[in-house]
Write a protein that binds this ligand. Structure first.
Ligand code: NI
Length: 229
């Protein structure tokens, strides 16, 4: 009987230690990996002081170091904050080879997530809705665009010294992703966000200011390794 008790308790200890607990209420998860912002932009045409109309702009993708932190409110509901090192996007004039400039941005996003499955599941897919703020900074106008503007306005080369300003964006986001537990603490994660990021760009010159809207609306891809505390 004593042997049976010993056997049963050994089995129970074994079961407890073999049961990998994924996210339970009160857990904190930190994930770090590669994050890529892929603009899906739709740009207004650019009316250059009535002298010419440019087709708009294209915004290139960029990949940086991404971080997400999650606090599990219940076994199934988490609140997630997304952060990253600053993205730098090249901006081109649509339909031409002219590089218009570049801009940096930070897109902090907070999401309310629902994790499918149970705390003990090794695979936890999730879906989320959130709120994105995108702040643009270090906007630069290329020498190529300055020269093109000189040509359009009919000024000697080197006259136009334009600057670029991109308004901050506040919008909704949606996310799907998964965590795959490697053991009780470490996991592999993949996630995709769609963020509604719209900005107004203003090109300022000594002659005139030109404003136009750009809907960037990117898909954001993240592949990472996570640790649960
Ligand atoms: Ni949009």
């Amino acid at each position: 009987m004593k042997q049976l008790k010993t056997l049963v308790s050994a089995l129970m200890i074994g079961m407890i230690s073999f049961q990998a607990h994924a996210h339970s209420a009160g857990d904190m998860i930190l994930r770090a990996g590669a994050i890529s912002v892929n603009p899906n932009e739709d740009s207004d045409r650019i009316d250059v002081a009535g002298l010419a109309t440019l087709q708009g702009v294209n915004v290139d993708l960029d990949t940086q170091l991404g971080l997400t932190g999650v606090y599990m409110l219940t076994d199934n509901v988490g609140i997630e904050l997304l952060a990253a090192t600053p993205f730098t996007h090249d901006i081109k004039v649509k339909g031409t080879t002219i590089k218009a400039g570049d801009a940096k941005q930070l897109p902090p996003t907070i999401s309310l997530q629902y994790y499918f499955g149970e705390a003990s599941s090794q695979f936890r897919p999730y879906a989320a809705v959130g709120f994105n703020t995108t702040i643009f900074f270090d906007e630069d106008v290329s020498q190529q665009l300055n020269s093109a503007l000189d040509g359009i306005v009919g000024l000697p080369a080197g006259t136009v010294d334009a600057s670029l300003e991109l308004d901050p964006s506040y919008g909704l986001s949606a996310e799907v992703g998964f965590d795959y537990m490697l053991n009780d603490n470490w996991m592999i994660n993949g996630a995709i966000w769609y963020a509604d990021i719209d900005t107004t760009a203003t090109i300022k010159t000594a002659v005139a200011n030109v404003s136009f809207d750009v809907d960037i609306d990117p898909f954001v891809y993240f592949i990472s390794v996570g640790y649960k505390f």
